[in-house]
Design a protein around this ligand. Sequence first.
Ligand SMILES: Nc1ncnc2c1ncn2[C@@H]1O[C@H](COP(=O)(O)OP(=O)(O)O)[C@@H](O)[C@H]1O
Ligand code: SF4
Ligand SMILES: [Mg+2]
Length: 344
Amino acid sequence: MQTAPRIESPPHAANATPLLEVADLRTWFQTDAGPAKAVDGISFAIGRGKTLAIVGESGCGKTVTALSILQLIPQPPGEFVSGEIRLEGRNLLAVSPAELRKVRGGSVAMIFQEPGTSLNPVFTIGDQIGEAIRLHRGLPPAEVRGEIVRSLNAVHVSDPERRLAQYPHELSGGMKQRVMIATALSCNPKLLIADEPTTAVDVTIQARILDLLRQIQAERGMSILLITHDLGVVAELADDVAVMYAGKIVERAAVGELFDHPRHPYTLGLFGSLPRVDQKQGRLKAIEGSVPAATQFPAGCRFRERCRWAAPECAQEPPLAELTPGHFVACWKAGEIEPPVEVA
Ligand SMILES: Nc1ncnc2c1ncn2[C@@H]1O[C@H](COP(=O)(O)OP(=O)(O)O)[C@@H](O)[C@H]1O
Ligand code: SF4
Ligand SMILES: [Mg+2]
């Protein structure tokens, strides 16, 4: 008698669901020039305690991706044309506005490039962090102050008691950045979305902020979606990397694999040439030409007009295919482009 084949459950099946899963997300904007397909069919996942970095030139759809997760996209002109954004299995695009408010700044927090845009100039630092704590953690007023001080201590703000009464304009850029991070972290988010968090601060402060994020991530098992132009930051913080071009993910892999074996011509261009493991420094390189406007993406491969490997088949859109286990590339020629190659 034949027995039914046994289906093995993967190890740690209970924890196998990623914290965040984005599936076939399309975020478009209606404009006079037609739909701007800012995010156009992207899928990725972030595991618990893991960091996914999204890299790509300006205008590729990174910020729209980040804002889509918390639905901080004005609708109209924005519109979620397709997809699901599942946080612990729950589709955020389908939850009620009240549930979404609980998620924002609660289980998912966001920090931006420019702290000025997220700190309110008319409230003190204590009021801003306190508001976040009251809203999401429902602590009695007597305990809120202690929590605010703890949050500021966690980001190594000196003399937190005195800072409570200060206004954003009284703080230096680096200090504002830390207060913004303290506010974001005060509710113990499961996911931190960081959109170019260190672009506006100097190198020393940048290093401290990155150390801080790493430390807090290790302590709390928080996941991070990191958007950055800095390959050094990617190498230091990311577990996985997604490269975006013109609203799509064109390459996705674990960080070591991507640095050691980049395959997409766009990734090769951003890296300048083949980056070596011991040279994970520096910003993304400039590539000749520019990202087309989101209303004018060409048919077929969207990188075609800038790609030195472009061939007739590139008039068809290449799918994001798994080239080697866990390494996905959307390029008809990916199998033929054997690094190292010279990218002028
Ligand atoms: N409100 C909007 N209306 C029309 N187009 C928009 C809007 N917001 C963003 N876009 C377009 O979406 C594309 C992606 O923008 P963005 O996500 O900010 O890029 P990145 O963060 O990668 O620099 C750009 O072409 C941008 O012009
Ligand atoms: S599909 Fe063609 S045009 Fe697009 S990146 Fe690959 S080789 Fe270049
Ligand atoms: Mg951006």
